[in-house]
Design a binder for this molecule. Structure first.
Ligand code: SF4
Length: 348
């Protein structure tokens, strides 16, 4: 029970609510189950840990501590999941699921290829868009993807909630955060959550503005746009009154529908208490494209191997106290040596 609410922020609760995400290759599956990867392995972090695309949650974890994110890929075999953390993550995931099921049902669809998997994501996004165009005002757990800021890196995420106003066509985006404790979100938590909603808006708006091409999607996700969907996916598309044989036509249709909407106008973050289910805090965030672009550029330097991995600054050393990797963290020991030698110099 000594796990604080802030420390829980370094774990990704939302990722548990992702729809069935199938690892695309055996190699990727090894990383997902936490096989220790030798630090001598070649390639950039992007090539080694996230070939193809990054999750939005990768950047929010990086915002917490980049060194911790790195260890989660290379050293995850050494940690045991704390049962308290596990419980909080499960509670958070259940709350997300309950909210999702309050606005729509889910049906299992058999997928036979990567193209089928991505067709399901496109259908789920398309359902939200088509719903808005037909007067529906609320959608939850909406897949989103894109390659922001012409950086040639692809991102995938899952927006918790979009609210559509049929009068003004305004779209509000809401991110739900569940809290085991009633304390207000800290500066570090707010920074993570702000980055998350800014990036979601960027991805959504890029689709509205027609800034994503089919070739970009196909290149990063290694998809064959002309490959026919499996039987179950084709049947599902028919139920949604769209008949496309492959992603080539389906993506054209999605892009065309997205361009009938407007960009996200307001960003909200709602903090809900896990036990009582009550809303504890509610924040709105202003979008700042330059700020997001600068953060993005700096973070991508790590993923591209253009700068060494960095841990937390001295002001955020409290994060290290309950970090799973504190005992082996090179950044922490380097910083603590620097700190001691500075103090010795002062004493002289
Ligand atoms: Fe990051 Fe501190 Fe953990 Fe090292 S010990 S990985 S610097 S939080």
């Amino acid at each position: 029970d000594d796990i604080s609410d802030e420390i829980l922020s370094s774990y990704d609760i939302d990722i548990l609510s992702m729809p069935d995400e199938k690892p695309r290759t055996n190699k990727e599956m090894k990383v997902k189950v936490g096989i220790k990867v030798s630090s001598e392995d070649h390639g950039t972090p992007l090539e080694r840990f996230r070939p193809g695309y990054l999750w939005v949650s990768d950047l929010t974890k990086q915002n917490w501590c980049e060194q911790q994110l790195y260890y989660s890929f290379t050293m995850s075999g050494i940690i045991e999941v704390n049962p308290v953390v596990q419980k909080v993550m499960t509670e958070g995931s259940n709350l997300h699921l309950a909210r999702e099921l309050a606005v729509h049902d889910t049906v299992p669809v058999k997928v036979t290829s990567n193209e089928d998997i991505w067709a399901i994501k496109v259908i789920n996004l398309l359902n939200a868009v088509q719903g808005f165009l037909n007067g529906v005002t609320l959608a939850r757990e909406i897949p989103i993807f894109g390659a922001p800021f012409q950086q040639d890196v692809f991102f995938v995420g899952l927006i918790d909630e979009l609210r559509f106003d049929p009068e003004s066509y305004n779209i509000d985006l809401l991110e739900l955060k569940t809290k085991a404790f009633k304390s207000p979100p800290s500066k570090a938590q707010k920074s993570q959550h702000r980055l998350q909603v800014l990036l979601y808006k960027k991805l959504f708006d890029d689709l509205v503005k027609g800034n994503l091409s089919k070739t970009t999607v196909a290149k990063h996700l290694r998809l064959d746009l002309k490959r026919d969907f499996g039987e179950a996916v084709s049947l599902e598309l028919t139920k949604h009154l769209v008949e496309f044989k492959n992603l080539d036509g389906l993506l054209d249709h999605l892009f065309q529908r997205m361009q009938c909407l407007t960009c996200v106008s307001q960003l909200h973050i709602e903090y809900v208490h896990q036990e009582s289910k009550q809303t504890l805090y509610h924040h709105t965030e202003d979008y700042d494209d330059d700020d997001l672009s600068n953060i993005f550029e700096d973070y991508l330097k790590f993923w591209r191997g253009q700068r060494p991995v960095a841990g937390v600054d001295i002001e955020e050393a409290w994060k290290c106290q309950k970090c799973d990797f504190a005992d082996i963290c090179e950044w922490r020991s380097k910083k603590s040596e620097e700190y001691s030698s500075k103090n010795k110099d002062k004493m002289k």
